[in-house]
Design a protein. Structure first.
Lengths: 63, 276
């Protein structure tokens, strides 16, 4: 059986499965999108954020 | 009826009325009309140069005498030819449509799967957009970072000796922190709390047995109880005489509930408690 037919029979044939797949996918997509954007943002602003430079300022205060 | 009479008068044929001379009155029919000027005609007067068509009648001489015929169904004035869609139309035994095989999909199944996939992708993106719209809108209602920063209080626990109370201010309210001795802990734990007015065990009220942290507001009418006082060795509210025990539970007097426990966390690394 072709892979398209398999996909159709698995996900699209029943509307309940279709909708459930969409919501599950939206959930996973939200997490993945957030993670991707955060990772990109952190890499783009490397060395500028407080969590990157915190070590320079906090350590002397503890001593 | 007058209406009918009027209507009849309108629909009368013009030939009904006759002129005094006996000629039918036809006001819009010009009987004196002549054919357009013909260069081959002999002047304006004389016989008509155009001949009436045969179907319009006219006397003809036959073997049975003079006959005049008018044809109601007129013969065509032009030679009749059957009209086809195209002059060089091909004669086919059965009607055929153009060949669409070049445009048809090779695989209907993959096409169907792709169509549903696109529909599902649109639904997925729409669901994400709707979800983030709602959550981002709700986030605007939550407290901002500066408010949250003010809403917390850190207290260094090492500065509180055993058996002492500390009262600090947190969100405008007093908070009692008691460093309980072992005897006080045992007393709080041994109490039969099931029969109390607001039954709560000491384990439910403290995270670490030696640290009792609670809101210093009497649950009766909101006075601030006095520490290390009362019949039960805990707190005593001077306003209306409510007694609280060493776990902050209401034992006597009008207070309906135990002293409230705020949300707090221990920071073991720095020896602090963070209230809020």
């Amino acid at each position: 059986m072709a892979i398209s037919t398999t996909i159709y029979n698995t996900f699209f044939r029943r509307n309940s499965v279709f909708v459930a797949t969409i919501f599950t996918g939206a959930f996973a997509f939200g997490i993945g999108f957030d993670t991707a954007v955060t990772t990109f943002y952190d890499r783009w602003n490397k060395g500028k954020q407080w969590k990157d430079i915190r070590d320079k300022y906090v350590q002397p205060a503890d001593e | 009826m007058a209406f009918n009479g009027l209507k009849k008068a309108v629909t009368l044929t013009p030939s009904v009325r006759t002129l005094p001379s006996g000629v039918p009155a036809a006001p819009l029919l010009n009987l004196a009309a002549r054919a357009p000027a013909d260069p081959h005609a002999h002047g304006a007067s004389g016989p008509r140069s155009d001949v009436a068509p045969r179907w319009a009648g006219g006397v003809s001489r036959t073997s049975s005498g003079l006959v005049s015929k008018s044809y109601i169904t007129l013969p065509s004035t032009t030679p009749f030819t059957a009209r086809f869609i195209h002059t060089s139309v091909a004669v086919k035994s059965a009607p055929e449509v153009p060949d669409f095989s070049h445009y048809r999909a090779n695989d209907n199944d993959s096409n169907r799967a792709l169509s549903y996939f696109m529909v599902g992708s649109l639904g997925l993106v729409s669901a994400s957009v709707a979800k983030s719209t709602v959550t981002e809108f709700l986030k605007t209602m939550s407290a901002s970072a500066d408010v949250l920063a003010l809403a917390k209080v850190e207290v260094e626990l090492a500065s509180i000796p055993e058996g002492k109370n500390v009262v600090i201010k947190w969100r405008g309210k007093p908070v009692f922190i008691r460093h309980r001795t072992q005897a006080e802990i045992d007393e709080a734990r041994d109490t039969k709390w099931q029969s109390l007015r607001d039954p709560e065990s000491d384990e439910q009220r403290v995270k670490k047995p030696e640290w009792l942290i609670m809101l210093g507001v009497c649950t009766h009418l909101g006075c601030v109880p006095i520490g290390e006082a009362g019949d039960y060795g805990g707190w005593f509210c001077p306003c209306h005489g409510s007694h609280y025990d060493i776990s902050g539970r209401a034992r006597k007097g009008p207070a309906p509930l135990n002293l409230e426990i705020p949300a707090y966390d221990f920071n073991d690394a720095e020896g602090k408690v963070v209230i809020g």
